[in-house]
Design a protein around this ligand. Structure first.
Ligand SMILES: *Cc1c(COP(=O)(O)O)cnc(C)c1O
Length: 383
């Protein structure tokens, strides 16, 4: 059965972005591809497959159920790391399958130890340190407990990483807070080494930190938004292109979102369009009905604001975005027929609708818009 809209994922765009990442990361820095939230809406299954083709061999997710999805999607033997919540009920599975776990509470360490004893495999762990974000992360007293527990059960643990997360590296307004976090992290590194624990790698940087604070790249970077072809913030884009002395965007968007026209109608001057009195036709018009609405992830806040591409031209959304439909003004666009392609995000002819133009109207973060794209829209890999 065909869906009312499709999300396309570009293999060549991803290949381009991965090369770009490799071009500015310090030599030897490993990329962990962050694919939480259904690979930022791109779809874990197709995205992981093409990322592996591009040479990615480490993936990061938020939770164990996502790790399970990534594991199913893998064609090779990439490693998987859970940066967030590991449900204790699933830790046996995680340890059995070598899934790497963030430890930010000693309970996780305890459960992982039990699982390791049961399965005969090491629990692979990353100690997450509280450095100033005050979200998840071990504070000193808990870190000391964790160290004692690990030393007493050395044969059951593989301490793969020591890590933290910055509290907003995409904005210069957080500069001092980030610097403070970097210093704290260095202190904890020394503390751990003194205690006789040597993690295999240190990792702290997300996309924005990798660019704005290159010293945070360390052994591995956890890259989400950049690999999808988008910037963490306009500020990060300006920072990067200014440094390079070149204003062209080095990234390519991986995702496009498309539908097609289901009905076309003439509307007479003075008539209202869609529910209520939100849109009044000021002249005779031609409108196209499109089978996508807020239940499909097209925000209602784009009512009377959004733009779509039809026949290579921009068409405005008129009236309220409904649950399953929206209406576009196609007055003056020649030759439009039922079944013609409608682009919400992406290219058609010479025109482009970017995620950022979308998010400016709807006051969402690009992260949020992507992450909210419904899982049930089919994803299709294109070149
Ligand atoms: C989401 C996330 C990242 C990736 O962030 P981007 O800004 O998309 O690169 C890195 N680390 C952690 C802990 C995260 O939660």
């Amino acid at each position: 059965m065909h869906s009312t809209s499709t999300i396309e994922i570009s293999r060549s765009a991803l290949r381009h972005n991965v090369r770009f990442l490799q071009s500015f990361l310090h030599p030897g820095v490993r990329i962990s591809s962050v694919v939480k939230a259904n690979a930022y809406g791109h779809g874990i299954d197709p995205f992981v497959g093409i990322a592996e083709e591009c040479g990615i061999d480490h993936f990061s997710v938020f939770s164990l159920d996502e790790a399970y999805q990534v594991k199913k999607a893998l064609k090779n033997h990439a490693e998987i790391m859970v940066m967030g919540w590991s449900n204790p009920k699933d830790i046996d599975w995680a340890v059995e399958n070598g899934i790497e776990l963030y430890v930010f509470e000693n309970e996780i360490l305890e459960t992982a130890l039990t699982a390791a004893k049961k399965s005969g495999k090491n629990a692979v762990i990353h100690l997450e340190i509280e450095t100033g974000m005050n979200r998840t992360g071990l504070v000193d007293k808990d870190l000391r407990k964790a160290v004692a527990k690990i030393k007493a059960n050395k044969e059951y643990f593989r301490v793969k990483g020591l890590c933290t997360h910055y509290s907003g590296a995409e904005s210069i307004s957080n500069y001092h807070r980030i610097q403070h976090q970097i210093r704290r992290f260095r202190q904890k590194q020394r503390l751990l080494l003194k205690a006789g624990i040597l993690p295999e790698q240190f990792h702290t940087a997300c996309s924005a930190a990798s660019i704005a604070y290159p010293g945070t790249q360390m052994d591995m970077v956890r890259i989400g938004i950049l690999q999808y072809g988008l910037w963490p913030s306009p500020e990060t884009f300006i920072h990067f292109t200014h440094q390079q002395n070149d204003r062209t965007d080095p990234l390519k968007r991986v995702l496009s979102w498309k539908s097609s026209i289901m009905s076309i109608k003439e509307v007479k001057e003075g008539e209202f369009v869609s529910y209520g009195t939100n849109y009044l036709a000021k002249t005779d018009m031609l409108v196209a009905i499109i089978p996508t609405g807020y239940s499909h992830g097209y925000s209602r806040s784009l009512s009377n604001q959004g733009r779509v591409l039809i026949k290579g031209q921009r068409a405005g959304i008129i009236g309220l975005v409904n649950m399953n439909m929206m209406i576009a003004d196609i007055t003056g666009i020649d030759d439009v027929k039922i079944g013609d392609e409608v682009v919400f995000i992406g290219k058609q002819g010479d025109r482009v609708i970017s995620v950022s133009s979308f998010t400016e109207f709807s006051d969402q973060l690009n992260y949020e818009l992507l992450a909210r794209l419904p899982q049930n829209i089919p994803r299709k890999i294109v070149d």
